[in-house]
Design a protein around this ligand. Structure first.
Ligand code: ADP
Length: 441
């Protein structure tokens, strides 16, 4: 190229000298030089015009204009650049098509949006699962098409560690699991998975447990009733039957407690017992629970105290909260030796509201803590066979907290005692309305 450039320069200068010499021959070297320059300028303009027309016309043929010399080289090089560009474009287009084809073949819906949720691209499954339309929905905000408030909240939260489950807006019988990932310039990649079958199975399992518990309740009530009558009249029974009747009565009470907890748990889980978001007076609630806990403690004389550091109310379902809090306080009584200390604290800070139930009881080995809220999980079955627990208490606590956007924290050391803390978000706290307080007072 460098070599050609100096050659072309030499030809141009040589040509101009030639014209000047011819001019000199006629006695007018300047005319000769001027004529040479004019001819060269004309040639340059003609070539520049051809280049301009070629570049300006987007539907120009692939072939660049043909020429010789410097302009010939310029045209050739531009043509090469153009070809390379076309090849790169073809290759990228083929790659994009492949990615789109493979994403289209996916059973999961895939949607790309910008940071505000304007939809840029989605695959065929997204159309099928969520009812998006290719022609009209491009550029629409996804919140306008998936109107569930939980989805908007999830999208805006930027915390996508856990997926979100919801019913499809277009086909309500479909249950979808939504998972969002951040990419590029704060854009979102949304994947919608059809989990209808799993959801139905899970629901069947809950319904089954709920129904079986319901069905068992009536015969068990009858058996317990008769057993109670027999226990009341134990004196009239032959001595060899008395022990058997007493054991049967104790076991049937245990089964009744189990069935009551199973029914409660299945109601809380299935949402059959809808969460009533009423302002709940936690202070009064704790007072009543601790009163019952003292009765449970009986001769064991636990030292039970309540501390309330915030008198605001908690928005939630009073009966569910009562079940959760009483399970924690009763557990503290069950798993703390006689005369142990149990402290119940209701406090708030910038993060939210917290209910702590702390005891000086037997404590729990840390290896059990992650599994304690599973149904029927017991830290050490042999240690407290006689507590009369159903093994469902902490599972109930966990589900009640889920229904109230709360979490459960467990701190414990074996032999030193345990602390169970329910954390609630700040948004659930409500001020006391003065009239209400007066009416109550
Ligand atoms: P249970 O009816 O057996 O008490 P829970 O679900 O209420 O069932 O509790 C699960 C297990 O957690 C209990 O069996 C017990 O091992 C352990 N646990 C719960 N609360 C306490 C506590 N305050 N101190 C020690 N262990 C506890």
């Amino acid at each position: 190229m460098q070599h050609n450039w100096s050659r072309y320069l030499r030809i141009i200068i040589g040509g101009l000298i030639g014209f000047t010499v011819v001019g000199l021959y006629f006695g007018e070297p300047l005319y000769g030089l001027t004529l040479g320059l004019v001819i060269y300028l004309w040639w340059t303009l003609v070539q520049a015009r051809r280049l301009y027309k070629w570049l300006a016309n987007p539907s120009a043929p692939d072939e660049a204009p043909q020429s010789v010399g410097l302009w010939g080289d310029i045209f050739d090089n531009l043509h090469k650049l153009h070809q390379t560009h076309l090849h790169t474009q073809d290759r990228l287009r083929a790659q994009i098509n492949r990615v789109q084809e493979s994403t289209n073949a996916m059973r999961d819906g895939v949607i790309m949006t910008d940071s505000k949720g304007a939809m840029e691209w989605w695959n065929g499954s997204a159309e099928h699962l969520l009812g998006f339309r290719r022609n009209t929905d491009r550029g629409q905000y996804i919140h306008n098409l998936i109107r569930t408030p939980a989805f908007k909240h999830y999208f805006d939260s930027r915390d996508y560690r856990e997926p979100l489950e919801l019913h499809s807006p277009a086909k309500p019988h479909l249950r979808l699991q939504i998972q969002i990932s951040l990419f590029g310039d704060d854009d979102r990649l949304i994947v919608a998975k059809d989990v209808t079958r799993l959801y139905q199975l899970e629901q069947m399992r809950r319904d089954f447990v709920g129904n079986v518990s319901h069905e068992m309740r009536t015969p068990l009530t009858v058996i317990s009733g008769y057993l109670e009558t027999l226990v009341d009249n134990a004196d009239e029974l032959p001595a060899k039957w008395r022990r058997a009747i007493n054991t049967m009565s104790a076991q049937s009470s245990r089964m009744e407690a189990l069935i009551t907890d199973l029914i409660l748990l299945s109601r809380i889980e299935t949402g059959e017992q809808t969460v009533h978001d009423n302002p709940t007076d936690v202070e009064t609630l704790l007072g009543q629970i601790c009163h019952d806990a003292r009765a449970l403690s009986g001769d064991q004389q636990h030292e039970l105290s309540i501390q309330v550091n915030d008198h605001r109310l908690l928005r939630g379902d009073e009966s569910q909260l009562r079940s959760a809090f009483s399970n924690l306080v009763f557990n503290a009584v069950k798993y703390t030796p006689a005369r142990g200390r149990i402290t119940v604290t209701w406090s708030t800070n910038r993060e939210g509201a917290h209910l702590s139930v702390k005891d000086t009881g037997i404590g729990i080995d840390p290896i059990h803590i992650p599994r304690l809220t599973e149904r029927f999980y017991r830290a050490d079955p042999s240690r407290h066979k006689d507590t009369g627990g159903t093994g469902l208490g902490l599972a109930i606590v966990k589900h009640v907290l889920l229904n109230h956007d709360g979490t459960l924290e467990i701190r414990s050391h074996i032999g030193e005692g345990s602390e169970f803390i329910c954390h609630f978000p700040r948004e659930r706290l409500v001020e006391r309305v003065p009239e209400r307080t007066e009416a109550e007072g």
